[in-house]
Design a protein around this ligand. Structure first.
Ligand SMILES: CC(C)(COP(=O)(O)OP(=O)(O)OC[C@H]1O[C@@H](n2cnc3c(N)ncnc32)[C@H](O)[C@@H]1OP(=O)(O)O)[C@@H](O)C(=O)NCCC(=O)NCCS
Length: 228
């Protein structure tokens, strides 16, 4: 006969291998969530599913993140909304722990990010993904990546997969007509004006002082060349 203790142990082990998402809730991330976010995101960065994010970058941008957690406050997943401006935001680093997949947490995270974009008055949301089918469920459509220069300047230029990218660009809402990122163009008035004329090197100043060692050397007559 199975004892109550062994029944409890069996149910605990089931719970630990498959997180129960039923009552999962989604909330804005706090700094204390950064370690969980860092570990989960980077667990899927090796094969390029997600962009690698450093711990420092996650802490710095933790306010971009929402997290999903179980009723027992167990961390289940995360997703971020990066704001480029009122014309565009991007869904980044959306992921659910393997044992919590397929139970609605990913959808709840994405909806929370889309609601946030709406609250911020952002008209279009973009993302790059290998699983467009998931995002079709939420109103995204495939787009030409060149219509998203902000995303390209932010991430793609420095990406080792720049010329072998297997991700699909997607947008929800109107394609942006403007971009805020691009080749660096610094307005002339923002540049510090350099001092005009010749600025003497400290050694030149010393050399010009009368009686200085450098002046003595400079005033010395060239030695007569030795006769052969
Ligand atoms: C993508 C991911 C976040 C989805 O999370 P999830 O909790 O499993 O998703 P949900 O259970 O909320 O599913 C919501 C809907 O999307 C569908 N869906 C889930 N994953 C899907 C997939 N990979 N492809 C197509 N549809 C998918 C579900 O069937 C469900 O549809 P329904 O509402 O008609 O039932 C999760 O699978 C994951 O972490 N994947 C690895 C990381 C990744 O690829 N992230 C995307 C990077 S851009």
């Amino acid at each position: 006969m199975t004892s109550p203790a062994s029944l409890l142990a069996a149910s605990e082990s089931t719970a630990s291998t498959r997180a129960r998402v039923g009552g999962a809730s989604v909330r804005q991330a706090r700094l204390q969530d950064a370690v969980n976010i860092f570990e989960l995101v980077n667990s899927l960065s090796g094969d390029g599913t997600l962009l690698r994010r450093s711990y420092a970058e996650i802490c710095e941008n933790v306010r971009d993140f929402h997290i999903a957690e179980s009723e027992a406050r167990v961390f289940l997943g995360c997703g971020a909304l990066h704001l480029y401006g009122p014309h565009l935001a991007e869904v980044r680093s959306i992921v659910v722990k393997p044992e919590a997949k397929g139970q609605g947490a990913g959808g709840r995270l994405l909806r929370a990010l889309l609601e946030e974009a709406e609250e911020q008055g952002v008209v279009a949301v973009c993302l790059f993904t290998r699983i467009p089918d998931f995002f079709f469920h939420f109103g995204f459509r495939v787009a030409d990546r060149t219509t998203l220069p902000d995303k390209i300047y932010k991430d793609c230029q420095a990406c080792p997969r720049l010329y072998a990218c297997d991700e699909v660009a997607m947008v929800r809402g109107p394609l942006p007509k403007v971009a805020v990122l691009g080749p660096t163009r610094i307005a002339q008035h923002e540049l510090v004006k350099l001092q005009e004329g010749h600025i003497p090197h400290p050694a030149e100043e010393t050399a010009s002082k009368p009686g200085s060692q450098e002046q003595k050397i400079a005033s010395r007559q060239p030695e007569k060349p030795h006769a052969p």
